[in-house]
Design a protein around this ligand. Structure first.
Ligand code: 13P
Length: 256
């Protein structure tokens, strides 16, 4: 089965939570609970936590990602962080185009595209987020929005770059609201993303690309979501801040 060829990814997006001290404590709990997962486990803490966690996670099976990066290599961009800085500080992944960044920090399809290119060139795996608002869903614009975001994000990106690209479908109305998309409806949109990739590139690439679901995923609903054919993992916010909950989601992924 093709789904089995795609190693699931369980990624925790800590958002703006956990000071460096708190981050170390949470990372230690996670290390104790998650020993030898079959899926890939990534945590994405705030920038300032990354250097401390680098040594803390050294030798563990938990990988680290950032929540954003700049697309330029260096220069006069006050307050920004480059891919090279993240790489040197121990990151293997970076979340790009999260809806909160699109909503509050003027992230556009164009900057998302530039950031993906920068991440891939700098050898970081980009976790590229797309998703519709409630209003867009209710007016049946989900596919139109996802198509625009996917096409914008992947403009001039070649097939080879997909070795370093993961897509995350995060319906905005499901983020932090406790409202999860029904597993079947999330699967339909992830399947649509796969179709878009097949059309733009090849069927083979669409079959091997990993597509995650994010939005109120927790230990109670994870298994049903992760069992869906087109869902290859989760991008988890709130439930990634409690070691026990996050570890249970990792176990759910491993049980499929
Ligand atoms: P929640 O799991 O808190 O809904 O957040 C999802 C998310 O935005 C992950 O990036």
């Amino acid at each position: 089965m093709e789904k089995e060829m795609r190693t699931p990814v369980i990624a925790g997006n800590w958002k703006m939570n956990k000071t460096p001290y708190e981050a170390v404590a949470l990372a230690n709990e996670l290390k104790n609970l998650i020993k030898a997962p079959r899926c890939q486990v990534v945590i994405c803490p705030p920038f300032l936590d990354i250097p401390v966690l680098f040594s803390e996670l050294n030798g563990s099976c938990i990988k680290m990602g950032a929540q954003n990066c700049h697309f330029e290599e260096k220069g006069a961009f006050t307050g920004e962080v480059s891919v090279k800085m993240l790489k040197e500080s121990g990151c293997s992944h970076v979340i790009i185009g999260h809806s909160e960044r699109r909503q509050y920090f003027n992230e556009t399809d164009e900057t998302v595209n530039l950031k993906i290119k920068a991440a891939v060139n700098g050898n970081l795996t980009a976790i590229v987020c797309v998703g519709e608002t409630l209003e867009e869903r209710e007016s049946e614009k989900t596919e139109e929005v996802i198509k625009r975001q996917i096409e914008g994000a992947l403009k001039d990106i070649d097939e080879l770059s997909f070795a370093k690209i993961i897509i995350a479908y995060e319906p905005i109305w499901a983020i932090g609201t406790g409202k999860t998309a029904q597993a079947a409806e999330a699967d339909v949109v992830c399947g649509y993303i796969r179709e878009l990739i097949a059309k733009k590139y090849t069927k083979q690439l669409a079959r091997t690309t990993r597509i995650l679901y994010g939005g109120s995923m927790n230990s109670a609903n994870a298994k049903e979501l992760l069992e869906q054919y087109n869902i290859d993992g989760g991008l988890i916010g709130g439930a990634s801040l409690k070691a026990g909950n996050f570890a249970e989601i990792v176990s759910a992924a491993d049980s499929i």
